[in-house]
Ligand binder design. Structure first.
Ligand code: DC
Length: 234
């Protein structure tokens, strides 16, 4: 893939949707991608896969060089809504809370973030890409056509995660989930490299009292407005 100059707009538009855990950004991003016929990148899945690969191989989650090596050559594929690691279907395994914790730890390692950069950028293909994560608008696709930062209160996010866990037949404690959510937010927002924060040009969307459909509509309207603005500016 040829790299575009920072001054020339890239031919393939990107919409970035960043935000904290369980803010609903994954679902919103997937639906926006579907509505536009765009590709979809769940960047968190790459950090989760890296953590899972390390856990399976017994690699310590702070062994940066070793984990960066794993991240650089992750034998991962995404197919028909399923995620595969070295031929094993890990769609559910990467969603486990322990793997989410592990992902948050390995995501704080600069060498791991660097190792995943090219892999994420390779998803930028015509007709366009919707990328969801923490640093999509600030680092990975800083020249995105439209950026959104999706938030919701820690309580609302914990409640959403609680419902998902109960629906899947797991036991869960709402109090523990709120505490986990706050701890993960703290780690993701205070890390030295690519911390979770809105890009200066991102639309802030608080979904505490908003359903998925309204959030999808707001993102699509923002993208349409950005396109008109870009056309007028060029
Ligand atoms: O979005 P998620 O919950 O699947 O992400 C899992 C972890 O990966 C999360 O704790 C933060 C990290 N992450 C990141 O640092 N940068 C991204 N672009 C995506 C996820």
């Amino acid at each position: 893939m040829s790299a575009a100059s920072p001054l020339t707009p890239h031919a393939s538009p990107v919409i970035t949707i960043d935000g904290p855990s369980a803010s609903g950004k994954g679902t919103v991003a997937e639906r926006v991608a579907m509505a536009l016929g765009f590709h979809f990148l769940d960047s968190g899945a790459l950090y989760r896969l890296t953590a899972l690969a390390a856990m399976k191989q017994g690699v310590a989650l702070d062994d940066a060089p070793h984990i960066a090596e794993l991240a650089a050559c992750l034998p991962a594929t995404f197919r028909d809504g399923s995620v595969w690691l070295a031929g094993e279907n890990v769609t559910d395994a990467i969603r486990a809370e322990a793997v989410g914790e592990g992902a948050s730890n390995v995501a704080a390692l600069p060498a791991v973030r660097a190792a995943l950069l090219d892999r994420q950028r390779a998803y930028r293909q015509l007709p366009g890409l919707v990328a969801d994560g923490r640093d999509m608008g600030t680092v990975v696709f800083a020249d995105a056509a439209a950026k959104v930062f999706l938030t919701a209160s820690a309580e609302a996010r914990a409640e959403r995660r609680y419902k998902q866990l109960i629906e899947k037949g797991n036991s869960a404690s709402l109090t523990d989930l709120v505490a986990d959510m706050q701890a993960r937010d703290a780690r993701d927002t205070t890390r030295a490299v690519a911390p979770l924060k809105p890009a200066p040009d991102a639309l802030l969307l608080d979904t505490t009292h908003m359903d998925i459909e309204s959030a999808v509509r707001a993102v699509l309207a923002h993208y349409a407005a950005c396109r008109i603005q870009n056309q007028q500016g060029h």
